[in-house]
Design a protein around this ligand. Structure first.
Ligand code: 6PG
Length: 247
């Protein structure tokens, strides 16, 4: 059975701190149970604030950073080290400050001249290489998959009305994203939905309409966030401004 829950915090800063605390606890629990854990990161302001708060948490090193696999749910297809890559922000906010095993950090490919479709296929192959039979598909069962929320209801780089939203491959290239930069790599919904837990994290009044729409039972299929669900649990973690339009 999959559970959907909404948790609302007072403001964006408290939200980031609370999600950071929740994330540390979840990773510690999974590592205690299975010896290792896997996490899928998102870009965006809130996603990066959560990583910053993890870095500053006194409980940070309760996580065994050597036994954590880190993946990305989407990426801006830009040259290696570009400051607007999600990887660059995540490394600066957290990953470069903890003793992550470099072999367990799995950034999406950067633009080195290859076609983005080739890069998407390469990332799909990397996922397939570590998927186990019990994962039941071509993507490992991630423990926690973080998603930001766009004002238009996008998650990862799955934008409303675009073909990527209904693609069955786990990772695809997007060439005409409405938000810059236009070329991106993204998990599709089937890949997102393999995660045990999906956490959608959003702050600010600009997200209120998208959050209300996505959580409405009658949400149109064009709202990507409405279709992002974890296998065991889906958590919507919001600040009061983002939750303001709920009945
Ligand atoms: C991007 C961002 C984007 C972001 C959401 C939420 O690649 O352009 O990653 O998808 O995650 O728009 O952004 P905020 O958390 O900054 O509101």
């Amino acid at each position: 059975m999959t559970v959907l829950a909404v948790v609302v915090h007072r403001d964006a800063q408290l939200l980031a701190r609370a999600v950071a605390a929740r994330l540390i606890t979840r990773l510690v629990d999974v590592q205690a149970e299975r010896g290792e854990a896997s996490l899928v990161l998102t870009g965006g302001g809130v996603g990066t604030s959560v990583l910053t708060e993890v870095a500053h948490s006194p409980a940070r090193d309760a996580v065994d950073w050597q036994r954590l696999d880190v993946w990305w749910g989407d990426e801006r297809y830009l040259p290696p080290g570009h400051e607007e890559r999600n990887e660059t922000s995540a490394r600066a906010a957290l990953l470069d400050t903890v003793g992550l095993d470099p072999d367990r950090a799995h950034p999406m490919p950067a633009d080195d001249g290859a076609e983005p479709e080739q890069a998407a296929d390469a990332y799909a192959a990397a996922l397939q290489a570590v998927a186990r039979p019990h994962d039941g598909g071509s993507v490992p069962s991630f423990d926690v998959l973080l998603l930001g929320l766009g004002e238009d209801g996008h998650v990862a780089s799955l934008f409303p009305g675009m073909p990527a939203l209904d693609d069955e491959r786990p990772v695809v290239a997007v060439r005409d994203a409405p938000k810059p930069p236009p070329i991106r790599l993204t998990f599709t919904l089937p890949a997102i939905r393999t995660a045990r837990e999906v956490w959608v994290v959003a702050a600010g009044a600009g997200k209120a309409d998208a959050a209300r729409l996505a959580l409405d039972d009658a949400a149109p299929v064009q709202v990507p966030a409405a279709r992002a669900r974890g296998r065991n649990r889906t958590l919507w973690l919001l600040d009061q401004a983002a939750a303001a339009q709920f009945p």
